[in-house]
Design a binder for this molecule. Structure first.
Ligand code: ATP
Length: 248
């Protein structure tokens, strides 16, 4: 039997400031339990696509003007970001956005704010996050502003996990990080996917790295998907090699 579809994006168009057409009909399918990479250069529309899914466009004066977005077959465009978190869809924004003045642990706990279950259950999730990110456990009492870029990225992902998500939208996790740290972050993502069954939609300019960890990839160019396929096939594709593998 086929894997159920978790997220379906159907031909969405996004316009900023009522005039700037940025997504020109983007369609994507994210199967439950998969890691899907959304690839493409600077300004291709990756962040916009993730923001459309998690309904974060309004603050940027953007709106979805065509198409639909479905979570397990249900339309979600009208749900607020907080309602989406409650349904298991959490976004980790580009540039990390940890609260610098809070400790790592305080940052992680802010991720649990929409949960209605017990303190004990939240404490259990915190311990689980620490098993995946031992560095965060070591640094739990450090102010986030004084931790490394890699630790802040881990903190942002850990905070998303505190909401007990089904799906994490991860925007450019590799940005500004040394290759070895990127590798560490991606391998934890892969582990979370395999063992906790968290589905990931990953926007990345680092095509090479993303395709090594993803199951499937979509390539965005100028607001349109120009190619998609199994990650292995894309990594071996001559056009992808020529145009994208040097990036990131
Ligand atoms: P990056 O890696 O630089 O984030 P991206 O693929 O994520 O690239 P987007 O951030 O989605 O691309 O941007 C796509 C296009 O939309 C760009 O041309 C950008 O200038 C434009 N854009 C993004 N945000 C806004 C906004 N708030 N108002 C107007 N135009 C915007």
């Amino acid at each position: 039997t086929a894997t159920p579809v978790l997220l379906n994006v159907n031909g969405i168009e996004v316009i900023y400031n009522h005039v700037i057409l940025v997504l020109k009909g983007v369609s994507m399918t994210v199967p439950e339990g998969s890691i899907v990479a959304l690839l493409g250069g600077n300004g291709a529309g990756k962040t916009t696509t993730l923001r459309a899914v998690s309904n974060l466009l309004r603050g940027e004066r953007g709106e979805v003007t065509k198409g639909s977005i479905e979570l397990r077959g249900e339309r979600i465009e009208a749900l607020s970001p907080a309602e989406l978190v409650q349904r298991g869809v959490v976004q980790v924004m580009e540039g990390r956005h940890c609260f610098g003045h809070l400790t790592i642990e305080e940052n992680l706990l802010t991720g649990a704010y929409t949960r209605r279950d017990s303190k004990a259950a939240i404490a259990e999730t915190l311990e689980k996050v620490y098993t995946y990110f031992p560095r965060l456990k070591t640094r739990r009492h450090s102010q986030a502003a004084y931790t490394s870029g890699g630790e802040q990225q881990m903190c942002a992902i850990g905070r998303a996990l505190m909401a007990n998500p089904k799906m994490v939208l991860l925007d450019e996790p590799s940005m500004g990080l040394a290759p070895q740290i990127v590798e560490e972050v991606f391998s934890i993502v892969k582990d979370l996917n395999a063992r906790e069954k968290v589905t990931f939609l990953l926007a990345e300019q680092n095509t090479n790295m993303a395709l090594r960890y993803a199951d499937y990839g979509y390539i965005l160019e100028n607001g349109r998907i120009v190619m998609d396929g199994a990650a292995k096939a894309l990594a071996e594709n001559e056009d992808v090699k020529e145009f994208y593998l040097g990036m990131g």
